[in-house]
Each structure stands twice: as structure tokens, then as C-alpha cells.
Design a protein around this ligand. Sequence first.
Ligand SMILES: O=C(O)CCC(=O)C(=O)O
Length: 288
Amino acid sequence: MSSGTHRALEGVPPLTQQQVDFWEENGFIIGGRLFDEREVNELREHMASVFAGTYETGTPPVTVHWRPGDPETKLRVIDVAWPSDRVIRRAVLSPAVGGMAAQLTGAESIRIFTDALLHKPGIGDTATPSGMLGWHQDYNWWRYVAPPDLLTARIALDHETPENGCMQVIPGSHRWPLEGRAYYDLETDFGAVCDSQVPPDERIAPIQCEVEPGQVTWHHCMTMHASPPNRTNRPRRSILVRLLPGDMRYVASEASPGGVWQLLKGGKATDGDLWEGEYFPRLWPVPR
Ligand SMILES: O=C(O)CCC(=O)C(=O)O
């Protein structure tokens, strides 16, 4: 890590060297509690408003995958919600999140890539599972950003346990090649992922990321992760903050024509562009 990054981290609760070493080795960390009970309650309320279609700033989110009236058992996701709500914006663009991302990546600066509101409904013992996220590497969808050094901070707004489908990660999988296949069925394909990547005598058990409300987990964009259905009768809510080092560039290809970058740049991104602009504010160093 550069000394510049160390200097800039003043004022942010630092991760320990042990956490940074763990990150480098495993491609994820279960971080500490960054948001207290009052902040978590406020975030839950504001997330509910955005899902209900009420946008505090008057700006709608960029992609809405669930609207009132859609099935209650469907996974609720809204992408790029921070421009719509001041409380969500404050959490997503917080200096603590940016500073920690700088510490983990060693980058001089950190920008927001996208955020997502995630509400995984409790489906109890419904026979047909829904609301799960099968095994995947996020970079599969982000290949137009280079190099593959993005990372995600997940702000938990509920207790997350195996019962309500907490995230699972395969430690060390950030060093695996990109699978090229978007989703694996959680129940049937987990073995297949390991079979294709890891010799039988080195099989790795997934880690269950159990956390409390307000706690933040981090995962690398190449880390294989998933979350099963929420088998309780209560929702499991979280905010995903996807971040990138400020020196990352746009690299379009036929396989990966530009996704959210082109969308948020009004179709004007060209190869080699630095990732910047009104939808990608810098979190770190904190803008003055
Ligand atoms: O929050 C979860 O359970 C999964 C998050 C996830 O799949 C992601 O960040 O890509």
C-alpha cells in the first residue's frame, strides 16, 4: 500500500493489517459494524420508501427490478438508488466505506460504480424456492471495466444467518479464472463449480457470512459467492455498494459492450475513458 493512501486514511476507522492480509488471501472479509441502530432503522425506512416508488430527491433510480404489485416472493432489487434518496446516498458515499476500500485495494482514490438495494423476502417453507442468488463472480457482468479490481461493500440491515440466506463465499476464489457462466443453481451446481476449478483433495467449503445489522462485508469482484433463499418469514435487507479504484478504465468488447457505464454516460463512453462523471462521484479521498 502506498504511503499516500496511509496519509489519506486519517479520520476513518482503519481495518487491521490482519484484515487486509485476510482480504488478500481470501478475497473477502467480514468487517465490523459501521452503522448504528438508529442509522440502520433510518436506512430500512428509506429503502422501503424507494421500493414504494417515493423518491426524496425527485430523481428516480436507474433500474427498478421490483415494483409494488409484483409478487411478494420475488427478490426485490433496485440499482443505482443513491441519486434518489439522501439517507441512502449518505451511507453509500460515506467516507468510511471509501476509506476502507482504499485500504483494501491500496488505491489512491475510490469512486462509486453502482449501488443496489436488496430485499430478500422471507418465503418460509414454500415448496418452490425463490429469491436466491446462485453462485457467481460479479466481474462476469463488469468486463468492460479494467482491470478486474472492483469490490463490493455489503451493508447488512438485518441479522443475516444461514436461515435467512446469508451470503456464502468460497475463500480464495478471487484467484480463479472467470467462469464465463452467469449463475449456478445453488442446490445442484455448487459441486460442479468446485469440480471445474479445484482438485478433489483441495475442495474448499463455502464460508457463511453471518452478520449483525449495520455490519459490512466486503468481497472482490472475482470472488465466487451466492446466497440461498430466505427461509424465515421476515425480510433480509442489505445495501450493496460497488466500488472501483479511480484509475480504472472503460474497455468495451463485443462480449461486454458497456452495460451500466454506457447507460449512465448517455451512450458516450469510449474505450480507454477513465471512470468518472456525475454518476460516479469520488468517495475517497473525500472531495472538499
Ligand atoms: O447479498 C447477497 O446475499 C448477495 C450479494 C451478491 O450476490 C452480490 O453482491 O453480487
